[in-house]
Design a protein around this ligand. Structure first.
Ligand code: NAD
Length: 406
């Protein structure tokens, strides 16, 4: 189903870009899919077997790259779709990677820390012949953390008999991680939004759905130039016409565990947040937040997809018809994989870049690729998502043709 949606987006973009028969053929299927069992001795002494996944979708532009998700709903269809999107995302941001993704069917919140460690090491033992610093490089995704990346890197290093930090990214800084990685998704999204505002005139009022890693950092960066008037988390939303003080908001979230406890705010629902009279709407929570039903009620002139897949294909068409400008996920949240790539480069060259250097390089990438996508959007008069696909597919096509020339 999710994979079908991904293929729909591809079909739409194919009308605007000439692809070789080789590219069309190879993009239809993942290069490699792997489904395996991970036995774990639980704290109660019983053995429990978990299901693990890894998909390498396409590697014409370089080793495959993509996160590992721990979630009860993980399934092969979803992993394949996410690996496909990573192929497109890495090409949009022009880093030398293909796309991959992995996961485990599990709710990690129900496991002890020791069980999560055994499970994570077990995933790496099972997938060690698939991954590798020059083959397939995982990273964190939903409910996987820098600590989990460190355990996985350690397990892989034991298997191959040498420290191999470049096998995985999103590690803690003390274990070979990069400066800036913890907030790079939001910073990249902020750079893209700042560029967009130069082209599309909007006001300064911002609403942000989701206050986790991506949303909370976005609130921080956006508050420097814009007025963040609404935020929300899974417990509800908060509105403040004069704008939130980010430091105070962060403190409220840390202590009260919900954003609507902010003193003096008006409590709103997540639906109300989406439909507010804000200028910019940042989607940083879940998939399918904007649908055919609520899309016509959205007033924001600009939408920023920090989450993966927050707007359904039907909602996409409605927003485009209503002339609302959308920065698509494959561009807006590409800052995360971009700094993951920087982490891998640092690991490969045995260096550690400063935070300023990392952020400057990220800014250069985001500004350049945003403008490339925007140009295609303006020249071809197509929506930004399709334009990002056109840019990515052109790059993938050139790499495919160069490799499969006879
Ligand atoms: P997270 O778990 O840290 O945060 C998710 C937030 O969404 C939480 O604040 C949660 O309370 C909120 N939320 C859940 N249901 C909600 C609802 N119905 N309405 C409003 N808020 C709701 O996750 P994250 O890392 O911030 O990721 C968020 C999205 O961004 C995901 O789609 C993820 O795939 C995407 N993303 C994240 C990164 C990254 O580096 N963190 C990179 C690329 C894409």
């Amino acid at each position: 189903m999710v994979f079908e949606n991904a293929q729909k987006q591809l079909e739409k973009a194919k009308k605007h870009v000439r692809l070789s028969q080789e590219t069309e053929e190879t993009l239809q299927y993942p290069k490699e899919t792997f489904n395996f069992s991970i036995p774990v001795r639980m704290d109660n002494g019983k053995l429990q077997v978990f299901q693990g996944f890894r998909v390498r979708y396409n590697d014409v532009r370089g080793p495959t790259k993509g996160g590992i998700r721990y979630h009860p709903n993980v399934n092969m269809d979803e992993v394949k779709a996410l690996a496909f999107w990573m192929t497109i995302k890495c090409a949009v941001i022009d880093i030398p990677y293909g796309g991959g993704k992995g996961g485990i069917i599990v709710d990690p919140h129900k496991l002890s820390e020791a069980e999560v460690e055994k499970l994570s090491r077990g995933w790496m033992r099972g997938a060690a012949h698939i991954v590798g610093p020059d083959r397939d490089i995982p990273a964190p995704d939903v409910y996987t953390t820098p600590q989990i990346m460190a355990w996985m890197m350690d397990e892989y290093s034991k298997i191959v008999g040498k420290p191999t930090p470049a096998v995985i990214t999103g590690k803690p800084i003390s274990a070979g991680g990069s400066e800036g990685r913890s907030y790079s998704t939001a910073l990249g999204g902020y750079f893209a939004t700042r560029e967009a505002v130069k082209k599309i005139k909007t006001g300064k009022k911002v609403a942000i759905q989701g206050f986790g890693n991506a949303g909370s950092h976005m609130a921080k960066f956006m508050s420097e130039e814009f007025t963040v008037v609404a935020v929300s988390d899974s417990k509800g939303g908060a509105y403040l016409e004069s704008g939130f003080d980010y430091k105070k908001l962060e403190e409220v979230k840390n202590t009260k565990k919900r954003v609507d406890a902010y003193p003096g705010c008006t409590k709103i629902t997540n639906e109300q947040l989406l439909e507010l009279d804000a200028d910019i709407l940042v989607l940083a929570a879940l998939e399918n937040a904007v649908t055919r039903e609520n899309a016509p009620k959205i007033k924001a002139k600009m939408l920023v997809e920090l989450a993966n897949g927050p707007v359904t294909p039907e909602a996409d068409d409605i927003l485009h018809k209503n002339h609302q400008f959308l920065i698509p996920d494959i561009l807006a949240n590409a800052g995360g994989v971009c700094v993951s790539y920087f982490e891998w480069v640092q690991n490969k060259e045995g260096s550690h870049w400063g935070e300023k250097e990392v952020n400057q390089k990220l800014e250069e990438k985001m500004v350049k690729e945003f403008n490339e996508v925007f140009k295609i959007h303006s020249d071809k008069k197509i929506d930004m998502r399709t334009a990002a696909y056109v840019l990515a597919l052109g790059r993938i096509d050139r790499a495919t043709k160069a490799k499969l020339s006879n």
